[in-house]
Ligand binder design. Structure first.
Ligand code: ADP
Length: 291
């Protein structure tokens, strides 16, 4: 996976505000045909990009894909801290809108609590606003989590942005369900925890998996809440919707040579170092820890 190293370096790219406005323009047209705009077929075929001297100065334009509960938010947020790029989760944008008294709130609540996807138009509007606000603060690059989730969203993004890398996190379905049901959030500080202890024995040659719970510190323990869409019925529907609407997005990026498949070997202590290794970032992690 050492081939991924050069992808971390800056590439000539659209500015974020032009992306935001172009996303809006594209999304108001009928589905565009980007077939002539295919990117190189393989990461291996990617030419090394010119090095910048300051590693902080590089642009990261990454996407995290994966089923509900797989840990996109956890790993995207860790990488965003490590690489100093914003972590933009469209699920968070939807929840912010839900908790506001804006005109969309009740419409969104109904969709989200049924485990369905919000329309491409609404999600693109929320994302464009977030990107514009980020650019006004001087943000460069991003790690997108939860976008794109439909082929149309992927086509729109591909038409305006040079996405370097798409990380597809994978975990068996029984573990995904248990992780969603165990998810808890501190209502005060927003910290994410998980009370599920997943210990699935391997059988018929397939490996087992152990994921320790991620318990809250005492000051959060009394303030835990559960997401309204983390009930068994809704999680099963979200998993079904993922397979129907989002799994084709994996193939979209696979065929463009941008998809990095990553099977989670366990919880954060086992998975984080392996993910850094797969991204050729393990030395970067040690350097920033020592700094
Ligand atoms: P999950 O844990 O299922 O990955 P998220 O926190 O990413 O959930 O998103 C929560 C909800 O917000 C989704 O179930 C969906 O209703 C809505 N949502 C988030 N991102 C998108 C998107 N890109 N397109 C459509 N709906 C979205």
């Amino acid at each position: 996976m050492a081939v991924l190293g050069p992808l971390l370096r800056a590439r000539g790219s659209t500015t974020i505000s032009s992306m935001a406005s172009t996303i809006r323009a594209f999304s108001s047209c009928s589905t565009p045909n980007f077939e002539n705009d295919l990117k190189p077929p393989s990461l291996l075929a990617q030419k090394p990009l010119p090095l910048r001297h300051d590693p902080q100065d590089r642009t990261v334009q990454w996407v995290f894909l994966g089923c509900p509960g797989v840990g996109k938010g956890t790993y995207a947020s860790r990488l965003s801290n490590l690489l100093s790029v914003p972590h933009i989760a469209t699920g968070d944008l939807v929840r912010e809108e839900l908790s506001s008294s804006g005109p969309l709130a009740s419409q969104l609540a109904e969709i989200v609590n049924q485990g369905k996807l919000v329309s491409d138009e609404i999600i693109i509007n929320l994302l464009s606003k977030r990107l514009e606000a980020g650019e006004a603060k001087g943000e460069i690059g991003f790690i997108l989590d939860g976008f794109p989730r439909t082929i149309r969203q992927a086509e729109i993004l591909e038409g305006v942005m040079n996405i370097d890398l798409v990380i597809n996190l994978k975990l068996r379905e029984d573990a995904l369900l248990a992780k969603c049901l165990g998810r808890r959030i501190c209502s005060e500080c927003g910290g994410n925890y998980n009370i599920a202890c997943i210990d699935i024995k391997g059988e018929n040659g397939s490996p087992g998996i152990y994921m320790a719970p991620l318990l809250p510190p005492p000051h959060c323990a009394t303030k835990l809440i559960t997401r309204s869409d983390d009930t068994e019925e809704v999680v099963k529907e979200r998993l079904r919707v993922y397979k129907e609407m989002t799994q084709p997005v994996e193939e979209f990026y696979r065929s463009r040579g941008k998809l990095l498949e990553f099977d989670l070997p366990g919880g954060i202590p086992e998975s984080w170092p392996k993910l850094l290794q797969a991204l050729n970032l393990e030395h970067y992690d040690k350097k920033s820890a020592a700094a």
